[in-house]
Design a protein. Sequence first.
Length: 326
Amino acid sequence: MKIAVIPGDGIGVEVMEAALHILNTLDLDLEFIHADAGDACLKRTGAALPEETLEAVGEARATLFGAAGESAADVIVRLRREFDLFANLRPVKSLPGVPCLYPDLDFVIVRENTEDLYVGDEEYTPDGAVAKRIITRTASRRISQFAFQYAQKEGMQKVTAVHKANVLKKTDGIFRDEFYKVASEYPQMEANDYYVDATAMYLITQPQEFQTIVTTNLFGDILSDEAAGLIGGLGLAPSANIGEKNALFEPVHGSAPQIAGKNIANPTAMILTTTLMLKHLNKKQEAQKIEKALQKTLAEGLVTPDLGGKLGTMEMAVEIARHLED
């Protein structure tokens, strides 16, 4: 089974090396095909996302992506569009030994990944600028179906739609309507909805209420970063971009150039991202093994400086691999 590997820029290279070390500890029958993209690739080749990289992603069963720097819009956003990776999955789960606001969280945000203001349709006007917001029934229904299917698969009982239909009556009105049409197909599941501003407050005051949140592109981008703050920050936050025929998995912390090359980057988000990939590839047992090994390592304080430890990126990966072997 071919997996495209794109380390990218900055700490993406370091955390990818750590994640591959752990994956290679298991007998997974995966063939890793390395490809290039990002700022360094642009400087070296003149293209942030070369055609050969697009071909490698297209031929692979899944793609592991490290991080992109200034060229992120030309790399990760383009990959999402090229391969119609319409669902952005952002799990929010508290981890042992990690200082956080809530030690008991376990929910997921499902973000529509293809439209909304992120289509980038903007133009200047004599007095400023205008951006077009695009919300379609097709995309709203598709992401709602994905959310209910994912919740059902993971044993969750409730799906919450987040929108602003009291103000954005047409666009978010369509999103809310399609959500409830899909909800009617899952009578065994509880479905409710909140305005996005109320949700932002509830994530702080009562986050345990949520199981699966489904929302539009911009709101999902903002809320998922807020939710990562509840469990210790972006260095612990994995993500998946999933389509009908392809999937791309990436941590959400970015390239962090200020610490790149210092061997202090926390590999947790990248490692958890690999477990999302393994679950997607129907290797759930192997994913759970990695999760347990990571949790043991975190609980023992064998971590990078951002979590109060003294280990380097690869040293932490070696400890996780050791727990895997045990």
